[in-house]
Design a protein around this ligand. Structure first.
Ligand SMILES: Nc1ncnc2c1ncn2[C@@H]1O[C@H](COP(=O)(O)OP(=O)(O)OP(=O)(O)O)[C@@H](O)[C@H]1O
Length: 342
């Protein structure tokens, strides 16, 4: 991050993280004002918006035919600009109206997945300008999250962040405010949940409701010797409700493949780093951020396979937007490198 780009971010009033699972909005001077699921419910007859955020999430899987629950953000990219704008307008309505009114030249900072395609960048800019932003600054989510975790990204020392989101896991090594090496794999919390759902379907012939995944996360945190968790779902053949006991070892086996993809990505990033930075990381360790960072046992698995110390950020799910917030509040100081004048 150059001093110039930090200067541009300082002129922003609002920071937005449009995630595949959740939308977060930070307003300068007010803090985090929105943290809601990136979901909208629409009446297909009239086209009108019925609900957004948590309320729309509650409707998911329970709607009559004329109501459709949609996700305007997929894989960290806005795929339905019109719906994303309508959702954002409702989510931020009263929270940033004041900021908007006070500042008709509103500048907004948005974090995007690492190496976002130009089309994804344009979709984010169009979404925000469509709801009133005059200028949109784009920031790599890995830089924003590293700042939000409190990592010393501006220093000449390596820091490693693993951002475990819903749609993807992104890994980076940063030094002197920039990304030295990074990787993105399209495996996140959703793929891990899907692996568990598929396992239950094939092994127990059980279809799981979305809410049923929580006991499985708890089962993972239990003692491996414990029995596991009771899970209620629908029998694939009869359609009737049924309960099965799922053991911790079965859940671990089911999520082994997606987690291996994450471990492999970390390995590739380490191999792409100069040896001096890898030596720094032995001391500094790895920081886990993103909603899936709290998946029980993930930190231990990464520590075992890399031999490095692994920490989970204090509020891992909101690191990226809080990092953007820190930049617009001016809490991130660029490192001034004095030219030697040679
Ligand atoms: N307690 C928990 N245990 C395990 N997984 C969890 C827990 N809480 C949230 N998750 C997972 O975290 C993911 C959401 O993470 P996050 O809020 O970082 O997503 P996002 O920023 O919207 O996603 P992306 O960065 O991929 O766009 C979901 O897949 C969810 O299942």
């Amino acid at each position: 991050m150059t001093a110039q780009s930090l200067e541009q971010l300082r002129r922003c009033t609002v920071a937005v993280d449009l995630g595949a699972a959740r939308t977060r909005v930070y307003v300068r001077g007010s803090g985090l004002v929105v943290d809601e699921p990136s979901i909208a419910a629409v009446n297909t007859h009239t086209g009108s918006l019925i609900a957004v955020g948590s309320l729309a999430q509650q409707m998911s899987g329970r709607t009559p035919k004329h109501i459709r629950v949609v996700r305007p953000v997929s894989g960290g990219t806005v795929v339905d600009i019109d719906m994303a704008q309508r959702m954002l307008r409702v989510l931020v309505s009263d929270k940033i109206r004041k900021a908007w009114r006070r500042n008709p030249m509103l500048r907004v900072a948005v974090c995007l997945p690492h190496d976002a395609e130009p089309i994804a960048q344009r979709a984010a800019v169009e979404t925000l300008t469509g709801i009133g932003a005059r200028r949109v600054e784009l920031v790599d989510i890995l830089v924003a999250a590293a700042v939000g975790c409190g990592l010393p990204v501006e220093q000449p020392e390596a820091t490693m962040i693993v951002m475990c989101g819903a749609a993807s896991t992104q890994v980076a090594v940063l030094s002197l405010g920039s990304i030295v090496a990074a990787e993105k794999v399209l495996v996140g919390g959703d793929a891990i949940d899907y692996a568990v759902v598929q396992h239950l379907r094939s092994r127990h012939e059980l279809m799981l409701p979305t809410q049923g995944l929580h006991p499985l996360h708890l089962a993972l945190s239990a003692d491996p010797a414990a029995d596991g968790a009771e899970v209620r779902g629908r029998d694939v053949a009869t359609g009737l409700s049924r309960t099965v006991m799922v053991s911790t070892s079965q859940v671990r086996e089911a999520i082994h493949t997606p987690l291996t993809a994450v471990i492999d990505a970390i390995g590739r990033v380490l191999r792409g780093c100069p040896p001096d930075l890898v030596a720094d990381l032995v001391e500094a360790g790895v920081m886990l951020a993103g909603g899936s960072a709290v998946l029980p046992g993930l930190d231990r698995m990464i520590a075992d396979s890399t031999g490095m110390r692994v920490r989970i950020a204090e509020n891992p799910d909101v690191c990226a937007v809080m990092g953007l917030g820190a930049m617009l509040e001016g809490r991130v100081q660029p490192l001034h490198l004095d030219p030697l004048g040679a």
